[in-house]
Write a protein that binds this ligand. Structure first.
Ligand SMILES: [Zn+2]
Length: 270
């Protein structure tokens, strides 16, 4: 998730200009009623089609690691950590590699500035989507067993790019990577070598101070939205799935979007 402050500012200016011109022009038209339900934002769809989990995969298992950091795994060709954001597509393979060895998993260092409260905040964020379980969209549960999960949360002090340069100024709080498989091919009997979905959460703010719990909670909820299948970002800054995290909770638009998404037949399965 990456945000540009500049974009946000210009967006604000446009909104304010719009408001002013509305106020300046008296009109007999009644104010439009606020929609009772949210609007589906089409950015949920990936460029390859609709991605979501199947009922057969439920309940999904989510493992929130106790601060475990994968940044020590280096890409030999570039010298940068494999967790660099330009190498996102590789993360599920990296996680699969680490998870296949209990020794490797147990020897992962803890991300700097991590504390146990962060794990709790992340867990709370992830749990926000449970509101939709009773509607039958999906089911998931947290697990303490890293050998048996579909979605994994690991941690990083800060994100880096492919040159290994820290993206300090950037307010990226989390990034999700998932490998997906064509549903039709699976239906036709094709074998899919499913890989773990990886969420990386950041332990620090741009200034290097520990990430506040409320920001982390919002980040984890946002990344869980990606893990469930909302591929890109809502253009509405008030939505959790916008690059601004909205109010840090699932908005009416986010709700409408996840409901709509899970009503569609997927093209791809994580
Ligand atoms: Zn995002």
């Amino acid at each position: 998730m990456r945000g540009s402050h500049k974009t946000f500012l210009s967006l604000c200016l446009i909104v304010f200009a719009g408001l002013n011109s509305t106020l300046a022009r008296p009109t007999s038209k009644p104010a439009p009623k606020r929609p009772a339900s949210g609007q589906v934002y089409p950015q949920f769809r990936s460029q390859y089609g609709v991605i979501h989990w199947l009922p057969e995969q439920m309940p999904l298992k989510v493992y929130v690691s106790p601060g475990s950091c994968l940044d020590g795994y280096v890409d030999e060709s570039t010298g940068a950590p494999r967790t660099n954001v330009d190498n996102k597509a590789d993360w599920p393979f990296l996680a699969a590699q680490v998870l296949s060895s209990p020794e490797a998993l147990n020897s992962l260092p803890q991300a700097q500035e991590f504390n146990e409260g962060m794990r709790q905040a992340a867990t709370q964020g992830i749990q926000m989507w449970k509101a939709f379980e009773r509607e039958g969209l999906f089911r998931y549960e947290l697990t303490d067993n890293p050998a048996d999960a579909d979605i994994y949360v690991f941690w990083t002090h800060h994100f880096v790019n492919k040159l290994g340069l820290g993206l300090f100024a950037n307010d990226i709080r989390g990034v999700t990577s998932k490998e997906s498989f064509p549903y039709k091919a699976i239906l036709a009997g094709g074998q899919a070598d499913f890989k773990p979905v990886v969420i990386l959460l950041r332990t620090t703010e741009p200034g290097g101070t520990p990430m506040p719990y409320d920001k982390l909670r919002a980040a984890a909820a946002h990344e869980m939205g990606h893990a469930l299948g909302i591929e890109d970002h809502s253009p509405n800054p008030g939505d959790l799935m916008s690059i601004y995290y909205g109010r840090g909770v699932i908005s009416a638009n986010d709700a409408a979007t996840i409901r709509y998404l899970y009503r569609l037949t997927p093209d791809l399965i994580p």
